[in-house]
Design a protein around this ligand. Structure first.
Ligand code: ZN
Ligand code: ZN
Length: 450
């Protein structure tokens, strides 16, 4: 892999170009442009220094570590308990006339996409242990705070189960357990498996939570995303915009991102939601102060996902979620030192390439090494390259010859674990500029500096 310059904040001009290309490809997708005229399944790499570009077809890599699974998901409007979900799964079976009459009564197990179940949690502050049942794991920062010291808790040791068997006694879960009581929320996708039947994927929540075509989710409101928000809002085909970013703007962002001095120390997603609302007062805008990793799948249904992320972990999560839901992913990255802009469009379907198809061992190694760096950044309550240990490999490796796509250029604290950030519950409807949508609920998102 080629050696790239150390991570650095990309200039605004490069982010704006990446955002412009993404906006053009988004318009093509929303207007059903003939596929050969789009970037679907292809990558474009602009070399702005040498006035050249390379268009590459993305091929499905048979050794890809990602499973390329698209889930058949059904929405369930009124489910309050685990038992309700099982009833919904049974109803679907009968509706599909696929019931196996000879099926003996067997175990019913439930699992939550990208999560697990903890029976024991430990306070990260005072160490107090509490037993019960909670959803936890990657994508689920939902464990309750400590009852004694209010510090975040974590699942204790290896006592996390991937699935939950329903029933009574002996480690089984009571079907009468409330979904919200154990941390399953609106938009979550729960898999119900009954013995002898295919798994059923059920999306919990109100029908109104399910997005329709015309929804665009922008993940990352930094160097690229801050320029993209306004472009997306101006597109009349777009009916709803969801902005996702865990961070706040900092003074150093003024040179590289589409923000004003008065936006500094405000949550990025909220600032860009305001921008969208000013451009199109009729647009439905939702700001989520949180990580794409934590976004329930239901929020993405029917949408186009546009990723403007600068961490490998976050981009891997965006790829996975787009596939699970089966929605297009428009991914962009820039390399400031090389004056490179790359945009790829992935559309989950049989035989199609995913983002990870382009990753090799080096890419996965980088994925693992970002954590300490990101932790350092988080500890110092700062972002960017200056807090990275000197031996940390840069994320923005531009390799024009290998399979590795250009990655984000900056190690982001977005990969650092964040306590109980339920920013996605936050909603901003049409109320722009009145401040009412800054309230992100009890957790206040991640905006420590707000
Ligand atoms: Zn405690
Ligand atoms: Zn793949």
């Amino acid at each position: 892999m080629a050696v790239a310059a150390p991570p650095t904040n990309a200039p605004a001009s490069i982010g704006a170009i990446a955002a412009g290309i993404q906006a053009v490809e988004l318009e093509k997708i929303l207007s059903f442009e003939a596929e050969e005229n789009t970037l679907i399944g292809r990558e474009i790499l602009y070399d702005l220094r040498h006035f050249s570009h390379t268009l590459t077809r993305l091929r499905r890599f048979t050794g890809c570590r990602f499973d390329h699974r698209v889930l058949p998901i059904s929405a369930v409007a009124a489910a309050a308990t685990l038992g309700d979900l099982v009833a919904a799964a049974i109803a679907l079976e009968e509706a599909g006339a696929a019931a196996n009459a000879a099926n003996p009564v067997g175990a019913t197990v439930v699992s939550v996409e990208a999560g697990g179940f903890a029976r024991k949690i430990r306070c990260t502050g005072c160490g107090q242990i509490r037993t019960g049942l909670w959803v936890c794991g990657r994508g689920f920062a939902r464990l309750p705070a400590c009852q004694s010291c209010a510090q975040p808790t974590a699942a204790d040791g290896s006592d996390v189960a991937a699935e939950l068997e329903l029933g009574s006694g002996d480690g089984r879960a009571d079907p009468g357990l409330g979904l919200y009581d154990i941390g399953i929320g609106s938009g979550d996708v729960v898999c119900v498996q009954r013995y002898g039947y295919p798994p059923r994927y059920l999306q919990v929540g109100n029908p109104g939570e399910e997005y329709l075509a015309g929804t665009v989710v922008i993940a990352g409101c930094g160097n690229i995303g801050s320029h993209l928000a306004g472009l997306v809002a101006r597109n009349p085909r777009v009916g709803r915009v969801v902005l996702v970013d865990p961070d706040v703007y900092e003074p150093a962002n003024l040179s590289g991102q589409a923000v004003r001095g008065c936006d500094v120390f405000r949550a990025k997603a909220e600032v860009q939601a305001e921008v969208c609302g000013r451009i199109r007062p009729d647009l439905e805008v939702r700001a989520i102060v949180g990580r794409i990793e934590d976004l329930p799948l239901g929020v993405l249904r029917g949408a186009v996902l546009v990723s403007c992320l600068d961490s490998r972990v976050a981009r891997q999560a965006a790829n996975e979620k787009a596939w699970r839901i089966g929605i297009p992913l428009i991914d962009a990255a820039v390399d400031a030192a090389g004056l490179l802009v790359r945009v790829c469009v992935y559309r989950p379907e049989r035989g199609a390439a995913c983002l990870e198809c382009g990753w090799d061992d080096d890419d996965y190694a980088l994925l693992e090494t970002v954590m300490p760096c990101a932790k350092a950044a988080s500890d110092e309550k700062s972002h960017g390259a200056t807090t990275c240990p000197p031996n940390a490999p840069p994320l923005g490796c531009a390799d024009l010859t290998g399979r590795s796509p250009v990655a984000g250029v900056r190690v982001s604290s977005a990969v650092a674990p964040r306590p109980a950030a339920l920013g996605w519950t936050y909603r901003s409807d049409s109320a722009h500029g009145d401040g009412s949508y800054r309230d992100t609920g009890p957790n206040k998102g991640n905006g420590e500096k707000l």
